[in-house]
Design a protein around this ligand. Sequence first.
Ligand code: C5P
Length: 376
Amino acid sequence: MRRLKERGAIVRPILTEGGAKFVTPLAVGAIAGERVFTDLFDLAEENDVGHIRLARDTDLVLVAPATAYLLAKMANGLADDLASAALLATDRPVLVAPAMNPRMWANAATRRNVERLRQDGVRFVGPNEGTMAERGESGLGRMAEPLEIAAAVEALLAPAGSLKGRRVLITSGPTHEPIDPVRVIANRSSGRQGHAIAAAAARAGAEVVLVSGPVSLPDPEGVTTLHVETAREMLAAVEGALPADIAVFAAAVADWRVAEASAEKVKKGKGGPPALTFVENPDILATIAKRVDNRPQLVIGFAAETTNVIENAREKLTRKGCDLVVANDVSPATGIMGGDRNEVSLVTASGVESWDSLPKEDVAERLIDRLSGMLR
Ligand code: C5P
């Protein structure tokens, strides 16, 4: 409540009966600086359908902490107290910050409830990994940190124009590393996710520079697009585009290039196929993330993996020095590479948040919301 008030919000608390076992209405009211609504006091006011007014006369409803029980009630439309009645009556965005024992979070019933709530448009922040109130227990179930919750609230309330005055730099697509004038080493990246992020950043009001490898997509509207072929060209274009507030490295950069590309077309010959010698390409993400001067405030990497997705993303986060890694499974069976949809997990130092499969445009939109919240 304090973090929200510092950001200019008016916080009107509803304290459940369970909540009142942890904190008194008096303490909650003092922190909020507003009247506290509880079941006990408000029965009289229900004549005037107080829960409907409470539910509508607000910009957003935040449930923090959200217990497994409350999620179950929400998923099933149960309204047996003031909080659940207000949640059922609201037509405003609902954000929940779950907090429960890791086994309760992992339980099939909770998974079903969360999935159903997501489909109903309810937004989630956390839970994070960490130690629990119960002695010796740890795992996924800790409530998101107050600052994360405040950032998620801000991002939900101000998605449009939230990056006004900010510079966002994005890499997208594959790189092509020449073997000779007609042949290249390439990969299957379509550039769809990176281009969608550039478009979403532009819609949010940012000044966007997109450094794109060879793709068959049109340049996004309202974005300065620089076209490059190789990893080294991409690095030079990125460095030339600094400074930036946010840098998102969505390109699938070739890890290696042919040591000495032939100036002439390599001919079929008696010697059999040519032996190619490779050298390592610069790591653009790591180079920018580790800069001392002009490091963007937020550096975002992608981790496209076919195995141990989260583990690999965590490792990348620390090794490359970025602030957030968007991890996804690009096994051929997922159809993500080149497809319309993406299923990602956001990995930061404070935990992992997994999103359902979404159109790449929606992933882009939500990522930009999230980044603008983190920036603030
Ligand atoms: O190590 P890996 O290639 O899986 O890391 C992926 C992340 O690093 C992506 O964000 C990608 O854009 C970035 N990257 C880069 N330059 C490279 C290799 C990867 O910027 N040479």
